[in-house]
Ligand binder design. Structure first.
Ligand code: CA
Length: 470
């Protein structure tokens, strides 16, 4: 009799567990779309207060999701920031601290293969992955090409920026050149094949995004929609320019038109998700890769100090929003979050693998934005700019900035002084000391940059010009 009870009980337990396993496997893995703008100002989206450039579609992501007021990237220029997002780790840990030179023959000039990308991780749990637009992780075919770094599909350009009009893209072979300027004129690559484009580049990338989403609607996918807009050169079509009769400054007008084109693309992607009935199961993140270079592209960072490439807030606090309809309620989130969190979030949601030896610096944001965890996701946000010898840490609301080999120290309270105008270092020496210790502990984990950057090419050019003048 006892044996019979045991057998019945065993069946129940086994059956129950089996049902649980089956239920888990039926939970649909969420799609991930990361839409990254390039050099977009903090204040140039409607959800951060822009009035002269309407961005109704980007705003939809923020209004139907979470608007981050303190969203950071891990660096204040393009390529290191993107390396951080793609690996989920502070890129200074692996020496990626400069915009690389465009060198198709140099396997060291870009993202090391020792690091795992978010695409490599997701591909291991059967995600279809694609990058559309700007890559900027190196131009060496075997080492750096997106298809060799976890992406199943690529439609875009390898360098740090691109010209927008098809007639200006005159260089067919992306590997036959060796300068950043030339890389702006290459044909667009579809996987490994150069293709002639027909449209304004931003529209071209939006078309491709729709095609990818349509083709993979029935399987889990990750799309990195990496617009090069509104990064220079400032170029826009009449169609988009005509939307801004109220802006007289030509530079700002062109910039506005470029942002508007991007916003149209975002709207088309959102509509497509809706049409395909997959918008509830698609997590979307929108952000810029760094702050707006205000004097270069006429962007605006609003109350933030300085802009692109700076160690002040305007350099790396960016427009940042996340939407996951039905799972995450609309809200405004004020604790600091990081672009490094995107990899950690999706990896946690999908059980995709991460390296134990090279742990992620980000965290899964979902418990925080759903209110399950009321604490701050990060106590500290860090920045090191090796070439300029700038070091920063944000700890809660305080931010320490060190330069001049640690001799110059600035302390700001960002909760009352978002513009970093009031240096409290002399008044609060204890706080400075505390933050300096935290900062030094982090810095000790970093390595020196492993490759030279564009800034060195530019420096050589300048020196060259001077010697010619002599
Ligand atoms: Ca950028």
């Amino acid at each position: 009799m006892k044996l019979l009870y045991f057998l019945i009980l065993s069946f129940i337990i086994v059956g129950f567990n089996w049902a649980k396993v089956e239920a888990k496997s039926k939970i649909k893995k969420p799609n991930l779309i990361v839409i990254m703008a390039d050099d977009l100002g903090y204040a140039d989206v409607g959800f951060n207060g822009s009035t002269d450039i309407p961005t109704p579609n980007i705003d939809r992501i923020a209004n139907e999701g979470v608007k981050f007021t303190n969203g950071y990237t891990s660096y204040s220029v393009c390529s290191p920031s993107r390396a951080g997002f793609l690996t989920g780790r502070y890129q200074q840990r692996f020496g990626f601290e400069r915009n690389p030179q465009y060198q198709p023959n140099d396997p060291n000039m870009g993202l090391t293969t020792e690091e795992m990308t978010i695409a490599e991780s997701l591909a291991k749990v059967a995600y279809k992955t694609s990058i559309i637009g700007k890559w900027h992780m190196g131009a060496h075919k075997e080492t750096h090409h997106p298809l060799n770094r976890g992406f199943n599909e690529f439609y875009g350009h390898l360098g740090g920026g691109h010209r927008y009009f098809p007639e200006e893209l005159t260089i067919q072979d992306s590997y036959a050149i060796a300068s950043e300027a030339e890389s702006y004129r290459t044909w667009i690559m579809r996987n490994h094949t150069p293709e002639k484009t027909e449209k304004y580049l931003t529209d071209e990338f939006s078309d491709e995004a729709l095609s990818f989403v349509e083709r993979h609607a029935n399987e889990p996918f990750f799309l990195f929609l990496s617009y090069n807009a509104p990064h220079g050169p400032l170029q826009a079509t009449e169609e988009y320019l005509a939307r801004f009769p109220h802006i007289n400054d030509t530079k700002r007008k062109t910039y506005a038109a470029m942002v508007s084109a991007l916003d149209d693309g975002v709207g088309r992607v959102l509509n497509k998700l809706e049409e395909l009935g997959i918008d509830d199961n698609t997590l979307i993140v929108f952000l810029s890769d760094n702050g707006g270079p205000e004097t270069k592209n006429a962007s605006e960072n609003g109350p933030l100090r300085e802009g692109k490439s700076s160690h002040y807030e305007g350099g790396y606090r960016v427009p940042f929003a996340l939407r996951w309809k039905g799972k995450v309620k609309p809200s405004i989130y004020d604790f600091p979050v990081s672009a490094l969190d995107i990899f950690a979030t999706i990896s946690r949601l999908t059980d995709s693998p991460v390296s134990k030896e090279r742990p992620l610096d980000g965290v899964n944001l979902i418990p925080y934005v759903t209110g399950k965890n009321k604490k701050a996701p990060h106590q500290n946000i860090y920045l090191r700019k090796f070439d300029q010898q700038r070091y920063c840490v944000r700890d809660g609301n305080y931010k320490l900035v060190m330069h001049n080999k640690g001799k110059t120290k600035e302390l700001y309270n960002l909760s009352t002084d978002i513009g970093e105008q009031n240096n409290l270092a002399a008044q609060m020496p204890e706080k400075v000391k505390e933050l300096e210790t935290i900062l030094n502990e982090w810095t000790a984990q970093l390595i020196d940059p492993t490759f030279l950057g564009l800034i060195h090419t530019e420096a050589w050019k300048k020196r060259g010009k001077k010697s010619i003048k002599k």
